[in-house]
Design a protein. Structure first.
Length: 207
């Protein structure tokens, strides 16, 4: 299952949120360039978590944290990640382009969890009527995106890290559904649990 939760909703899902932040502490990520802090509870957070991001969380069979990432608009928030700011040739400000950051997979994550997160980002983009997203990634993530048919455009490269931009489209969503083996209706159902009244496009593929 995929959960879409804003930061202000995490207190209503304490066990899931706690597992996510603890997994982040256990799986350090050098992609954001942001200064992370681990508190007394073992939760890892950084400045971007203070601006009510939208978290995309892949759950395991028991409803626990298997993997996650977060998204923030590139306008209206001062928290665009340092990697995107310093590496990209220009800073992107657009209400239709959001930034993806702090990807994390649990050590217990099942095969295919990363693919589910890619599909969920696509579902979110279509559901909110966004044009695209940006984010920092490493070569391994780029290979996974290419295998799934969503290579995007690399805007800048650094040492072991790149900044890319991806466009949301129904055609790309179709490819991601096929690559992950998740029917479009199932992906949309996960989205509609939280945001069904905001969906702006029809179901991407026939079911």
């Amino acid at each position: 299952m995929i959960r879409y939760l804003y930061g202000t909703q995490l207190e209503d899902h304490g066990a899931l949120a706690g597992a996510m932040f603890r997994d982040r502490a256990a799986r350090p990520c050098g992609l954001t360039g942001a200064q992370a802090h681990v508190d007394a509870l073992g939760w890892e957070t950084d400045a971007c978590d203070m601006f009510d991001p939208l978290y995309v969380i892949a759950c395991d069979g028991a409803g626990g944290h298997a993997g996650s990432l977060r998204l923030l608009p590139t306008v209206g928030s001062p928290a665009q990640s340092p990697a995107a700011v310093h590496l990209a040739p220009r800073r992107i400000y657009s209400p239709d382009i959001w930034e993806v950051s702090r990807p994390c997979l649990s050590r217990r994550a099942a095969r295919g969890t990363a693919g589910r997160l890619m599909l969920a980002v696509s579902e979110l983009g279509l559901g909110l009527g966004l044009k695209g997203c940006i984010g920092a990634l490493d070569p391994a993530v780029l290979r996974g995106l290419r295998r799934a048919g969503w290579a995007g455009q690399i805007m800048a490269r650094g040492v072991g890290v790149m900044v890319g931009q991806w466009t949301f489209s129904v055609e790309t969503h179709d490819r991601l559904c096929e690559a992950t083996g998740i029917p479009a209706r199932q992906s949309r159902n996960w989205w509609e649990v939280t945001f069904g009244d905001l969906s702006t496009v029809p179901l991407p593929v026939a079911v």
